[in-house]
Design a protein around this ligand. Structure first.
Ligand code: CAA
Length: 379
């Protein structure tokens, strides 16, 4: 067992770290206040091969392993988790094509994303169906060789700007997961319109919107997999994406620790730096062990996926553990900063707001525990 990163991973880590320092950190606080979506930063990440990382080399992509993607994501997220959420949502959205698409579909849609920068959006959740994926209502009715889609998707990352949407719909609402289908739909398709942008508590640099489907005609050539395979494509996509979410949480927690260490060394109380008090040291120690344990779980789940093995349990464990650890680390960071931590003048309140979303998206941490428990009972 080797816990060292090899040279190519170290190079990638260095590139992502420099990108976070030079391109993400300088705009992060501003985007948090304004809610502005920094497309030039996302485009630069793509140019450097830090975005859409799952596109295989034979389709013109960088073809990173899941382990490598996680190494990069942790660095980016240390700069800003909102911007990084927008970046990793491209991989989330391209996975249904990778996992469920035919060779022709992969060449067509993923090839496009390698030729030029294309933002992508994964459209699964709905206003009335977040945790209960099989309860989704977006209807796909057959019309000759086409499908007509009607309904609304909610909480869609990159929803307002995406060039390509991967969309989950049902052929028959009463048949739950057995009736689901996946589609790939380009921007500009008549009837597909981004809706209201959410005014979020954290991760304000990521664009989150409703997406409306009003009689959207989609040819069968844009269906991914067979009719009825949509649910399994969605689940396999989430299994594959959750290690990146965990890595994103590790990046947030790492930043919380870095900021806290610096503050605790500088800020004095009772005539000494607060970092010399055991009460503060224990919080720093807990942050550090949370980060290490989260990273190990993240890398284990990513490695399983790279080995082509089933990773539903480990991916859910990594996502759940790392995002809970990030919430704890950022809450403690605010505590260490005291009154200063509660103001926008210091960076830790943003980290705490950002971390909260991690316990909710890509499956709430309650759903992760459901997945873990079901996998345990199968074993
Ligand atoms: N891989 C492959 N197949 C799977 C699977 C997996 N991981 N999990 C389940 N299946 C299969 C089952 O074996 C079963 O197959 P059969 O019909 O052949 O028996 C079928 O799928 C149905 O499975 P369940 O009975 O377990 O389904 P369920 O309705 O009870 O739901 C759930 C399971 C795990 C709760 C699921 O609904 C779920 O994952 N919910 C969370 C959704 C989620 O994560 N949403 C995030 C949206 S994306 C987002 O937030 C991103 C963003 O914008 C940043």
């Amino acid at each position: 067992m080797d816990f060292e990163l090899d040279d190519s991973l170290l190079n990638l880590q260095d590139t992502a770290r420099r990108f976070a320092n030079e391109e993400i950190l300088p705009v992060a606080a501003e985007c948090d206040v304004s809610g502005e979506f920094p497309i030039p930063v996302l485009e630069k990440a793509w140019e450097l091969g830090l975005s859409h990382t799952g596109i295989p080399e034979e389709l013109g992509g960088v073809g990173l392993s899941v382990v490598a993607a996680c190494v990069g994501v942790e660095e980016l997220s240390r700069g800003c988790s909102g911007i990084t959420t927008s970046i990793i949502s491209n991989d989330l959205a391209l996975n249904p094509i990778l996992l469920g698409g035919s060779d022709d579909q992969r060449r067509e849609w993923l090839g496009q994303c390698s030729d030029s920068f294309k933002l992508m959006a994964f459209c699964l959740s709905e206003p009335g169906a977040g945790s209960d994926v099989a309860g989704l209502q977006l209807l796909a009715e057959k019309d000759g060789d086409d499908y007509i889609l009607n309904g609304t998707k909610a909480w869609i990352t990159n929803g307002g700007y995406a060039d390509i949407y991967t969309v989950f719909a049902t052929l028959d609402r009463s048949s739950r997961h057995k009736g689901m289908c996946a589609f790939v739909i380009p921007k500009g398709t008549p009837g597909l319109t981004p809706g209201r942008k959410e005014d979020k508590m954290g991760q304000r640099a990521s664009n989150t919107t409703l997406v409306h489907f009003d009689n959207v005609r989609v040819p069968a050539t844009q269906r991914l997999g067979e009719e009825g395979e949509g649910f399994k494509i969605a689940m396999a996509t989430l299994d594959r994406a959750r290690p990146q979410v965990a890595a994103l949480a590790v990046g947030i927690a790492r930043r919380a620790l870095e900021e806290s260490l610096a503050y605790a060394a500088d800020r004095k109380a009772f005539g000494q730096p607060i970092g010399e008090f055991q009460a503060v040291q224990f919080m720093l120690a807990d942050m550090a062990k949370g980060i290490e344990a989260s990273r190990l779980l993240t890398m284990q789940s990513a490695w399983l996926l790279d080995e082509g093995r089933r990773a539903a349990k480990q991916s859910a464990m990594a996502k759940c553990f790392a995002t809970d650890a990030a919430m704890e680390a950022t809450t403690d960071a605010v505590q260490i900063f005291g009154g200063n931590g509660y103001t926008r003048e210091y960076p830790v309140e943003k980290l705490m707001r950002d971390a909260k979303l991690m316990q909710i998206y890509e499956g709430t941490n309650q759903i992760q525990r459901v997945v873990i428990a079901r996998e345990l009972s199968k074993e």
